[in-house]
Design a protein around this ligand. Structure first.
Ligand code: NAD
Ligand code: TYD
Length: 352
């Protein structure tokens, strides 16, 4: 028994693999291209663990993926690998098309060929679990019901459009070829190892560095936040008990405006790491130019996952954000290591 986990050096993939080994003995083969968002330091605590094999590489590299599948004979593939940052997709969509669409296609082709070589029992037990996002559903009006699995796909950014395309390919490989797939569509995650280009880690980092806290537009956009380890527990549960061919929405029932999120971070930092001048971090907030095509609201209805598979998030937003701020305070060296020259270049392009 082995899992092949792609994108495992990124934010959610790394949390998934670390949590996996906290509870399971089953080996994991990690495949990650180590883009700017992938960081082997995230998996450092697994160094020397004979059950973990890290392989640098692209999900679109058919020869490599074919070899890994033949050698390790996994009973499941969990696909986290993606370009994941909406603002980067707006500045340059090409990498998103390449990895999220073309890469997923090649991965599916390799997995389909491998699956065809399995015995009848292995075939039935095999799973391809595709990790996706609520952003494929588009934007909700205020007061509209949260996204269910039946909500039409209406992606608005190059990122969400590329994820939507990958979800459709995964669905088609089930309907056409019978590949036993599962798809999860999760809301915004936060927690340890989150790359500081995304709102929550960016705000924590900038606050501590004495820099401005940029809020796009009026800051009233709403996201539904889920602590990353709750997303990981949902994926484990879907892998274990999800119905083949189904999709499961994953969310924490935690709708918050961006402004509320940033205020909460500032207030937590005011308590945990007060500014030397005694003033609040809220004073560093600045309203900046809005993101083009900015989705107003996302909200996930996770009833199916809760009702059918008995999953529930362990953290509220309040407990999760307290843990997250503490992790960033305790791991400032991690932030400085990932904030490389390329990262600074990105900040200059995006915010100056
Ligand atoms: P991330 O950007 O932090 O990590 C992505 C990882 O994929 C990186 O390690 C990167 O090196 C790797 N990668 C990129 N292209 C690759 C390729 N061609 N081949 C192999 N590896 C490649 O992203 P994340 O936030 O950890 O997101 C993981 C998955 O979860 C993505 O599919 C994303 O769409 C989905 N998701 C993310 C969120 C969120 O809030 N972050 C919410 C819902 C779903
Ligand atoms: P982000 O973390 O990029 O996630 P996503 O766009 O996938 O939801 O952004 C979360 C929200 O925060 C989104 O509404 C955009 C907003 N935002 C800012 O206001 N300022 C920022 O500097 C960033 C990065 C995001």
């Amino acid at each position: 028994m082995t899992l092949l986990v792609t994108g495992s050096a990124g934010f959610i993939g790394a949390n998934f693999v670390l949590d996996w080994f906290a509870a399971h003995d089953e080996p994991v083969v990690s495949l990650d291209k180590l883009t700017y968002a992938g960081n082997l330091q995230n998996l450092q605590s697994l160094e020397g663990n004979p059950r973990h094999t890290f392989v640098p590489g692209d999900i679109g590299d058919a020869a490599l993926v074919d070899r890994l599948l033949a050698e390790h004979r996994p009973r499941a593939v969990i696909n986290f690998a993606a370009e994941s940052h909406v603002d980067r997709s707006i500045r340059g969509p090409e990498d998103f098309i390449q990895t999220n669409i073309v890469g997923t296609f090649h991965l599916l082709e390799s997995v389909r060929a491998y699956w065809g070589t399995l015995s009848a029992a292995e075939k039935t037990g095999f799973r391809f679990l595709h990790v996706s996002t609520d952003e494929v559903y588009g934007s909700l009006e205020p007061g509209a019901p949260a996204f269910t699995e039946q909500h039409p796909y209406q992606p608005n950014s190059p990122y969400s459009a590329s994820k939507a395309a990958s979800d459709h390919l995964v669905r088609a490989y089930h309907h056409t070829y019978g590949l036993p797939v599962l798809t999860t569509n999760c809301s915004n995650n936060y927690g340890p190892y989150h790359f500081p280009e995304k709102l929550i880690p960016l705000v924590i980092r900038n606050a501590l560095a004495g820099e401005t806290l940029p809020i796009y537009g009026d800051g009233r956009q709403i996201r539904d936040w889920l602590y990353v380890r709750d997303h990981c527990s949902a994926i484990r549960r879907v892998l274990e008990a999800g119905l083949v061919g189904e999709t499961y929405n994953v969310g924490g029932w935690n709708e918050k405006s961006n402004l509320d999120v940033v205020h909460r971070i500032c207030d937590t930092l005011d308590q945990e790491a007060p500014r030397s001048d005694g003033r609040s971090y809220r004073e560093q907030i600045r309203f900046v130019k809005d993101r083009p095509g900015h989705d107003r609201r996302y909200a996930i209805d996770a009833t199916r996952l809760e009702r059918d598979l008995g999953w529930k998030p362990a953290e509220t937003f309040e407990t999760g954000i307290a843990k997250t701020v503490r992790w960033y305070l305790d791991n400032q060296d991690w932030v400085e290591n990932v904030a490389s020259g390329a990262y600074r270049e990105w900040l200059n392009k995006q915010y100056k």
